[in-house]
Design a protein around this ligand. Structure first.
Ligand code: RB5
Length: 149
């Protein structure tokens, strides 16, 4: 799978671990920074990951900051991005199956690398169910986006 990954300074180290894990698992990884632990701003990486997805250059995105919250708030400002912080595997799976989540956000100051890897594995293995009730709800989410244009 083509995966775009980004993190601010708070998520830099976990991003490096997750990017290595993804590459070893055979995924095509676009690491969009940060490339050091110097202080940086999570909206810049949310923008980079969101734009890569919107351009069709990646299938899924992963964003990491200290809590995961700032990254998800910023990413969800982009039309077509459905991002959420998931620190449990139920949400990481169901967020895709029901809500077609396309960006997983993680908080490097909250969870460790083992759980992060498990969440990423779960997120990437899940597929949108396509069930009518979920399509109907997603159409309403898309309508909210259109109201903002
Ligand atoms: C940066 O200090 C921190 O605010 C950021 O990584 C993130 O936790 C924001 O939600």
């Amino acid at each position: 799978m083509r995966i775009a990954i980004g993190a601010d300074h708070g998520g830099f180290h976990l991003k490096t671990e997750i990017a290595d894990f993804l590459k070893k698992s055979g995924h095509d990884v676009a690491d969009l920074g940060a490339h050091s632990e110097e202080p940086s701003d999570y909206p810049d990486f949310a923008r980079a990951v969101a734009k890569t997805l919107r351009a069709g250059k990646a299938d899924r995105g992963i964003l990491i900051c200290g809590s995961g919250v700032g990254a998800s708030v910023a990413a969800n400002k982009f039309h077509g991005i459905r991002a959420a912080v998931c620190h449990d595997t139920f949400s990481a799976r169901q967020g895709v199956e029901d809500d077609d989540m396309n960006v997983l956000c993680l908080g490097a100051r909250i969870i460790g690398p083992e759980l992060a890897r498990e969440l990423v594995r779960t997120f990437l293995a899940a597929l949108f169910s396509g069930e009518e009730r979920h399509r109907r709800r997603l159409a309403k989410v898309a309508a909210i986006e259109q109201e903002q244009r």
